[in-house]
Design a protein. Structure first.
Length: 249
């Protein structure tokens, strides 16, 4: 399919004023790639949308949301430019949580998107950050060989980051007053590193346990029931209302 003709004014409006995603502009005008659009915008003197954010430093809150999120469901993704963006995604049931993250990650947040249930019966809610050199350090730290791991950077984790990790991937066993973190994607060594971190930095006792679901075995980190009250006191100020059930027995 050949590209449709569009005026310079229309292209600038879509890109600058309406901030349409590049993939939408590509489809709208029948291109097969974003490259000719980028070249045309450059000839028109239109700077990349995120260039102003390149000099905006991350706040301590931003860093905690990213680090805690990367221990959970977030991901750091490389773009064709070599820069990186962070993707935050959850089940559609956790829209309020994703909206909270979206607000907390400003001015780096991009449009919030929701998707209808798939064939598995689940919908999702997600957003990505701007694609910037700012986020390269997180990609390099958490994905040194392409697979997510637990880097030295987790030593930065504080109460907010711990709360984000819980809200992303934590569950509660109310009968036994135990908190579990789903860490099945991490190696045994990475899990032990997280256990050591919980003990040394937060004085929380935990252990690595295995659970079986649909005949498959998965690793989880289980906090000791004796550490429950201390854990709750640490994270409670940062838990949003819709997820307080994760710390209430």
């Amino acid at each position: 399919m050949s590209a449709k003709k569009c005026s310079d004014e229309a292209l600038i409006r879509d890109y600058v004023e309406l901030r349409l995603p590049m993939k939408v502009i590509v489809r709208k005008y029948g291109y097969t790639s974003h490259v000719p659009i980028c070249h045309r915008l450059r000839r028109l003197g239109v700077p990349p949308r995120d260039h102003k954010l390149a000099n905006v430093p991350l706040s301590p809150v931003h860093r905690q949301l990213i680090i805690g999120g990367l221990l959970g469901d977030a991901s750091a993704i490389s773009s064709h430019s070599g820069n990186v963006y962070i993707k935050f995604a959850q089940s559609i049931k956790q829209v309020a949580y994703v909206e909270w993250k979206h607000q907390m990650m400003q001015p780096f947040s991009r449009r919030l998107c929701t998707y209808s249930p798939s064939g598995y019966g689940y919908g999702s809610c997600e957003f990505v950050t701007a694609t910037l050199p700012t986020f390269i350090e997180f990609r390099e730290a958490f994905y040194p060989l392409g697979q997510k791991t637990v880097p030295d950077m987790v030593e930065e984790l504080d109460a907010l980051g711990l709360a984000v990790w819980l809200m992303d991937d934590g569950t509660i066993d109310r009968k036994w007053r135990r908190i579990y973190f789903c860490t099945c994607s991490f190696s045994d060594g990475d899990n032990r590193r997280l256990i050591d971190l919980l003990g040394s930095k937060f004085n929380l006792r935990s252990t690595l346990v295995w659970t079986t679901t649909a005949g498959k075995h998965y690793r989880r980190i289980a906090l000791s029931a004796k550490s429950f009250d201390r854990f709750k006191s640490i994270v409670e100020p940062h838990i949003i209302p819709s997820l307080r059930y994760k710390i209430n027995c």
